[in-house]
Design a protein around this ligand. Structure first.
Ligand code: ATP
Ligand code: MG
Length: 452
C-alpha cells in the first residue's frame, strides 16, 4: 500500500503500533486515489501528544473527549483517533457517545465503527493489513455491511444511515439486506442529528458517481422524507407523458445524476415546488416560483453557507425561463445579463433538467442561451456598471451629480445589454449627451425592470 512518506517517520516515533484505517485503507484496496489519511492506535491522546511533540512534531487537539488529535507532518494534517469503545445512552438517540473508554485492543476499536469496509487497519511499520471483521471481503464483493447488528449500529447514531447512502454514492457498493432493512426501520433516528452532520453527508452523496442509486436508497429507506420532506412530497406525482418519462421525484433524481457536480444541489431541488403548486393551484405553472422559496428554506435548514442558499434559490427560480424556447432575442439578452454571475450553472441546470425527463436528448432552449451568451461575450457586452467603457468622472463632465450618475450608468448598461449600444466610449458619451438633452435618463431602465 502506498502512503505519504511522512507517515513512516510518525510511525517510527510513535509509542505503540500505528495504523491507517477507514477510507484510506478501503480506497487503496479499491485501487482508488486516497486523499484523507485517518490514523489509529492504542496510545491515548496525551501519550501521543507527549511523545510526538518531543520528537519534534506539531500536534493539535481536535476532540480530546473522543480521543482525536491532528498530527502535522510533511505539510499535511493527519487525524489520529485513539482506539476506543463507545457507549451510547440507551434509546436516547443522542448520536454521540456519552462515554468513551480508551482501549489498547484493536478488536474492540473496530467494532465501534460503522461498516466493515471502514474497519480495515494497515500496520504502517510492518506493512501489513489487520482485518478482524473481514472488511476485505466486503470491498471485493462491493457490499456495505455494518460492523455489528445493523439495528444496534444505526440506533446508536442515526447519521450512519446517511453515511450508508453516501457510501453507496461514492463507492458504488450495495448495502446487504440487513443494513437496508435496519435503515428503513430506524430512519426516524436521523431526525435529531445535527443539520451540519447531515449536510456534510448529503454533499458527499451528491458528489458521488453513483448518486442515482444513492438517491433511490434515500427514497426507499425514507431518509429523504426525514431530511427533505418537501422533496419527498413529489414522490408519485405524475407528469405529462409527452414530456416526462418519470414522476416528479424520479425526474429530480435523474436531473441530479445528469448534472455536473457543482449544480447537483440545485438540480435535486429544482422541481421541489411542484407538489405544492399542484395542491394550491391545481397545476404546476408556478412551481419555480414556489420552489425557489422552498429551496431557500431547505438549504437554510441544512445550514448551507449564504452564498449557496442564494445561488440555489436563484437557479431554481430561473430554471423554467423561456420554456417554449421562443423568447425574443432582447429578452434572452436580459435573462443572460441578470444571471451573469451564475449563467454557466443555470444553462447546465437547464440541460440536466432536459436530460432528466428521459424523453429529450437535445435542449434547444439551452442552445439559445449559450448562443446569446457567446455573442454577448464576443461583443464585449458589459454585465455590470463597472464594465462600462465610461465611468462616473466621464458623466460628471455632463453636469450629472449624485444619484443621477448611477441612474445614467444603469441606463447605459441596459442599452448595451439590449444591443442598442456598443460598449465603446464615444458612442456611450453621445448617448449620455442625448439623454441629458431629453432630460430623463431612466425611462428605458424602468421599462426593462417592469418586464418579466
Ligand atoms: P472519507 O473517504 O470520506 O474520508 P472515511 O470512511 O474515511 O471516508 P471518515 O468520516 O473520514 O470516513 O471517518 C473515518 C472512519 O471513522 C470511518 O471509516 C469509520 O471507520 C469511522 N467513522 C466515522 N464516522 C463514524 C460514525 N458516525 N460512526 C461509526 N464510525 C464512524
Ligand atoms: Mg477519512
Amino acid at each position: 500500500m502506498e502512503f505519504p512518506s511522512a507517515l513512516e517517520g510518525i510511525a517510527e516515533a510513535f509509542p505503540t503500533k500505528l495504523y491507517l484505517v477507514g477510507g484510506a485503507v478501503r480506497d487503496a484496496l479499491r485501487g482508488e486515489k486516497v486523499e484523507d489519511y485517518d490514523l489509529a492506535g492504542a496510545a491515548t491522546p496525551e501519550v501521543v501528544r507527549e511523545t510526538l511533540t518531543a520528537a519534534g512534531y506539531r500536534v493539535v487537539d481536535s476532540s480530546p473527549r473522543l480521543g482525536t488529535l491532528i498530527i502535522v507532518a510533511g505539510g499535511r494534517h493527519f487525524e489520529y483517533t485513539a482506539f476506543r469503545t463507545d457507549s451510547y445512552p440507551e434509546g436516547s438517540g443522542a448520536h454521540k457517545p456519552d462515554k468513551v473508554v480508551f482501549t489498547d485492543d484493536l478488536g474492540q476499536d473496530c467494532r465501534r465503527r460503522d461498516f466493515r469496509c471502514n474497519a480495515i487497519y494497515y500496520d504502517i511499520k510492518d506493512r501489513k493489513l489487520v482485518d478482524p471483521l473481514g472488511g476485505q471481503e466486503d470491498v471485493k464483493a462491493r457490499v456495505l455491511r455494518t460492523t455489528r447488528d445493523a439495528r444496534e449500529v444505526f440506533c446508536e447514531d442515526g447519521l450512519r444511515i446517511m453515511r450508508l447512502v453516501r457510501f453507496v454514492s461514492t463507492l458504488g457498493f450495495t448495502p446487504d439486506d440487513e443494513a437496508t432493512t435496519a435503515a428503513k426501520e430506524l430512519v426516524g433516528r436521523l431526525a435529531d442529528v445535527s443539520a451540519e452532520r447531515i449536510r456534510e453527508e448529503l454533499d458527499k452523496t451528491l458528489a458521488g458517481k453513483h448518486v442515482l442509486d444513492a438517491l433511490h436508497l434515500a427514497r426507499d429507506t425514507g431518509a429523504i422524507s426525514v431530511v427533505i420532506p418537501e422533496l419527498a412530497a413529489n414522490d408519485g406525482i405524475v407528469q405529462p407523458p409527452a414530456v416526462h418519462a418519470y414522476d416528479v421525484l424520479e425526474h429530480s433524481f435523474r436531473t441530479t445524476a445528469a448534472a455536473r457536480e457543482d449544480i447537483r444541489l440545485a438540480a435535486l431541488l429544482h422541481d421541489v415546488g411542484k407538489a405544492v403548486a399542484l395542491e394550491r393551484d391545481g397545476n404546476m405553472h408556478n412551481h419555480a416560483l414556489y420552489g425557489a422559496d422552498m429551496a431557500e428554506e431547505v438549504t437554510k435548514r441544512l445550514r448551507y453557507p449564504n452564498a449557496v442558499i442564494e445561488e440555489t434559490k436563484t437557479l431554481v427560480a430561473e430554471h423554467m425561463y423561456d420554456i417554449n424556447a421562443n423568447a425574443k432575442e432582447v429578452k434572452l439578452r436580459r435573462f443572460v445579463a441578470r444571471n451573469h454571475g451564475h449563467i454557466d450553472k443555470l444553462i447546465a441546470l437547464v440541460r440536466a433538467d432536459s436530460a432528466g425527463t428521459g424523453i429529450f436528448t437535445d435542449c434547444p432552449r439551452a442552445d439559445r442561451f449559450d448562443a446569446t451568451l457567446a455573442k454577448m461575450r464576443a461583443d464585449g457586452v458589459p454585465f455590470t456598471v463597472r464594465e462600462l467603457a465610461v465611468d462616473g468622472n466621464d458623466l460628471k463632465k455632463f453636469g450629472l451629480r449624485g444619484e443621477k450618475i448611477g441612474e445614467t450608468q444603469r441606463t447605459l448598461l441596459d442599452a448595451c445589454i439590449e444591443g442598442r449600444q456598443k460598449n465603446e466610449k464615444s458612442g456611450l458619451l453621445a448617448l449620455v449627451a442625448r439623454l441629458a438633452k431629453s432630460g430623463n435618463p431612466t425611462t428605458r431602465r424602468s421599462a426593462a425592470k417592469e418586464e418579466r
